[in-house]
Design a protein around this ligand. Sequence first.
Ligand code: DAH
Length: 352
Amino acid sequence: MEKFNNQLIESAYLELKQEFDLLDDKSKILRSKTLTDLLKSIKDQPDSNRAQFGAEVNRLRDFFQNLIDQVNRRVVAKLDQIDISAPFDSNLVVSERPHLLRFDQGSIHPINQELEEIISIFNLMGFEVEENLELDDDFHMFDSLNFPKNHPARDDYDNFLLEDLDNQGHHLLAPAHTSSMQHRILKKNKDLLLTESIAKIIPGRVFRNENIDARHEHTFYQLEGIYVGRNISLGNLISTLEIFLNQYFKKELNFHTQPSYFPFTEPSFEFVMSCPYCDGGGCNVCSMSGWIEIIGCGMIHPNVLNMAGIDSKRFNGFAWGGGIDRLVMMKYGIEDVRYFESGKLNFLRQFK
Ligand code: DAH
């Protein structure tokens, strides 16, 4: 039997071991509240004790990781003995086809799991989902969003270009933001404005030629939102984002706005929230500032509405766009954005 030289860790071990034996999905133990609370409490230990306490908690986690690895190895060894070349009989139920009884059946990617939650919050506020395109053109990426020709703001979005050309002779591109869907969606839905407002969210995968590190990926996910109607105010924008972020992080955060610049909104803002990880006290996630710039937003520029065939003298609205990966990272304390695209099973299994 394992022994830990700290009373608290020893009793956590006994509790977790019992739980482990009962679990079908053994990897759940690594996400148990008991273990994650212990890991989080390392930083609160007095200086004199922190290193030793941390080492013991990590030993506890490694102990369970080892047990899980052992169980996995046993299952794989069993699967290896099965003759998978035997004729496939589709009438057999799964339990009679042992080679299909995979220990590890895969799971929904954490971004998709969180996206479902995000969508359901916006659905409750009346927003509907529109799909994003992963291949787009210069017009939708820039012109339709009021980027003047040759404007330096275009350089902020370092696109990947394809060799294929669009019908204006520009290279097709992998969109660098979900805002490139705005024009299409406004145009497609403009008749709604006769009776109601346009309230859409557009989740999507976007691509930028970034130098990759723990905070930057070439491929990541954004959520775009647009709301257009009559007499829409900045207050409507702010309360929509506040309600969403409070619901998503399941706490009452503090907010403020910061002036910014986007060609497609006027005025433009960065929406800033108190760090949900440290509640504004200062930690690594918020670079010790207690605040996080989380969403770009503003009132939709009249030119964007007019180009989509919506009379900006009669209608106005707001839009926003922000990274989904960043929200998920902050919610779960994930330090490295590269995990999402890595296919690392140890990472993905934690979100089963
Ligand atoms: N598309 C911007 C970006 O990726 C974010 C953004 C800012 C989207 C303001 C918006 C907006 O819809 O209104 O940097």
